[in-house]
Ligand binder design. Structure first.
Ligand code: GLN
Length: 385
């Protein structure tokens, strides 16, 4: 069997959601909204299932969705995309990331990963035969350190994987940092693979900056988006890849042998959603921001030290500063098994030397779920102080 997969654990998100189901725990682990997104989108999918063909859509996606993706990014980010040559639909953003990495790297070539990093990046780089090099961001501001960035690039670097807003640190990569990355990419002919699935989940008026809007990157960046995140339907698994034609050509060839295409009814639903006005996206942000603030206040009230959150569904707790004596992994396991609340330790987001006591919580939940979850975390905190 393949050594990489044989030697790795199941992803923490599935492990924690599995334990939460088994124990009937409050699930503040895996990042998904407790409430589904708008019901008119579900109706659009239902109608499409009944009224349209359920046979293979085109490999690159339904024209209606590809057009909608280009129109959406033009409207909200001012990016000009030719939908016929620069937009590919995938079965979720994880597939998009896989396709992009497979399309860019040859065995032995290097990819720069920015820690903390979403847990799929490293195995995908390594399974492609690539070698990962790391740049580490540190709290509280999680900025990209210039020296470490320059040191991570070598003659063999072909790609850098970016993620903003950042899962799990809940920070945004600021324009200045993206420009610094762009400088390195341009100087060395490196492609940026930019996971922007949280682009609409930003708070306190902060605006998302897309890599495609950084001068010099339009031709050398692969932007990845997610309908699941935009419409609070994480099970839909509909992703978008936006990239210049020369990149799209190759990425699409990777995609054609991963999933080939994506269920047509869900593509119609996503196309319908992308036409929603700014008010929908503003209301979604406001709702999540309210939940963030509710959870933050409750956690502080219970004596937890929490980090700032500028985007994503996540708040991070510094367990050490909260007076907890356990490592985050132990705390998370005991909290779900003994106190009925699931969370995510930050350990799997690092290749080595993870911060020992950082814990990620998802706040995209109903008020009563947040309140019960925090109560249970508080009980765990008292038990392991
Ligand atoms: N993005 C989700 C999270 O960070 C997990 C997605 C998944 O489990 N595949 O919690």
């Amino acid at each position: 069997m393949n050594r990489l997969y044989a030697g790795m654990p199941r992803t923490i998100f599935d492990v924690m959601s599995g334990l939460a189901r088994e124990r009937g725990a409050v699930n503040l682990g895996q990042g998904f909204p407790e409430e589904d997104g708008p019901s008119d989108l579900k109706e659009a999918v239902a109608r499409a299932t009944l009224d349209h063909s359920n046979q293979y859509p085109p490999m690159m996606g339904l024209p209606a969705l590809r057009e909608a993706v280009a129109a959406h990014y033009k409207r909200v980010q001012g990016v000009d995309l030719d939908w016929t040559r620069e937009v590919t639909i995938t079965s979720g953003a994880t597939e998009a990331i896989a396709a992009a990495i497979l399309a860019v790297l040859n065995p032995g070539e290097e990819a720069v990963l920015v820690e903390p990093m979403y847990d799929a990046y490293r195995p995908l780089v390594e399974r492609a035969g690539g070698v990962a090099r790391y740049v580490r961001l540190a709290p509280p501001d999680w900025r990209i350190p210039r020296d470490a960035l320059a040191a991570a690039f070598t003659e063999k670097t072909r790609a850098i994987v970016l993620n903003s807003p950042v899962n799990p640190s809940a920070s945004l990569l600021v324009r200045e940092d993206l420009e610094m990355v762009a400088e390195e990419c341009i100087a060395r002919g490196v492609i940026a693979i930019s996971d922007e699935v949280w682009e609409h989940v930003t708070f306190d008026g902060a605006a998302h900056v897309s890599i495609l809007n950084i001068p010099g990157m339009r031709e050398r960046a692969i932007k990845i988006g997610s309908a699941g995140k935009m419409f609070s339907m994480t099970g839909w698994k509909v992703g978008f890849i936006c990239a210049a034609p020369a990149l799209t050509d190759i990425v699409a060839k990777a995609h054609q042998f991963l999933t080939f295409t994506t269920p047509p009814n869900l593509q119609f639903g996503a196309a319908y959603g992308l036409a929603k006005g700014d008010d929908y996206f503003a209301a979604m942000r406001a709702g999540f921001q309210r939940s963030r603030d509710r959870m933050a206040q409750a956690l502080r009230h219970e004596g937890f030290a929490i980090l700032p959150c500028a985007g994503t569904y996540f708040l991070n707790i510094d367990l050490a500063a909260s007076g907890v004596a356990l490592a985050a992994e132990d705390f998370a396991l005991r909290a779900v098994n003994e106190h009925g609340v699931a969370s995510i330790p930050l350990t799997p987001f690092y290749a080595s030397a993870p911060p020992a006591q950082m814990l990620r919580l998802c706040f995209a939940k109903r008020d009563d779920t947040l309140d019960r979850g925090v109560e249970r975390l508080a009980a765990a905190r008292r038990a392991y102080a």
